[in-house]
Design a protein around this ligand. Structure first.
Ligand code: ADP
Ligand code: MG
Length: 204
């Protein structure tokens, strides 16, 4: 079972990973965006980490709801409201249970991903974070490791696509040949589930 501390560790691991990869995320956002994705997310996840350290919420749902709210108020850009919606909707789906299982987490992230698609209007293949999140959610029923691999494959597979949503879509065909920064950060978020599970989880 996954308790509030697991969800806090997940957000803390995501913050560490975004810190490590911020330059790369911003570099990916340079040819097909405005070179701020890494710094946007770094600001947001640092705020999340600090708030959760100071006063950790008591339930898994409350951890995700608070994280989502903070991302909306600190990240800015297109990705702030979208990631905020992902986590807030997932948190709502978990309700006020003290512990949830992997299946409930998968359902919650499915609901969150659906809410992101509704808010942003993107579908799979539009070269956005959705291209990492949808395959990750599909694989989450198998294992966290399977979800991490699926998200990473989904992010890499955005390279040959032409963007149909977000800033990159203004470039038309010139968006082809670059990996989407948001799909890349979504893969980091999913990979952080393994960090939160402890050293054994990556070897499933
Ligand atoms: P901005 O584009 O406002 O500078 P960021 O650079 O932080 O925001 O985030 C860009 C990422 O947001 C893109 O790489 C893409 O994955 C994601 N994104 C943008 N628009 C949408 C959308 N409508 N639906 C889903 N994801 C989107
Ligand atoms: Mg940007």
């Amino acid at each position: 079972m996954l308790d509030a501390d697991f969800f806090r560790r997940w957000m803390t691991a995501a913050a560490a990973s975004v810190d490590r990869e911020a330059d790369r995320l911003t570099a990916l956002d340079s040819p097909i965006g405005d070179a701020d994705h890494g710094s946007n997310l770094q600001r947001g996840f640092r705020a999340v980490r600090d708030a959760l350290d100071k006063e950790p919420p008591a339930t898994p749902g409350a951890v995700l709801t608070q994280a989502g709210r903070l991302l909306i108020s600190t990240v800015g850009g297109a990705s702030g409201p979208l990631y905020g919606t992902l986590l807030r909707r997932a948190g709502k789906s978990l309700g006020d249970a003290a512990e949830v299982d992997e299946r409930q987490l998968a359902e919650a992230l499915r609901a969150g991903t659906d809410a992101v698609m509704q808010l942003g209007g993107a579908a799979p293949g539009d070269k956005t974070m959705i291209d990492a999140l949808v395959p990750a959610v599909d694989a989450l029923g198998d294992s966290f490791a399977a979800a991490r691999d699926a998200a990473e494959r989904g992010a890499v597979a955005t390279t040959p696509l032409q963007a149909r949503k977000g800033r990159a879509s203004y470039l038309g065909e010139r968006s082809i040949g670059h990996q989407d920064p948001g799909a890349t950060s979504s893969a980091l978020l999913i990979a952080a589930l393994l960090d939160a599970s402890g050293p054994e989880a990556g070897r499933e």
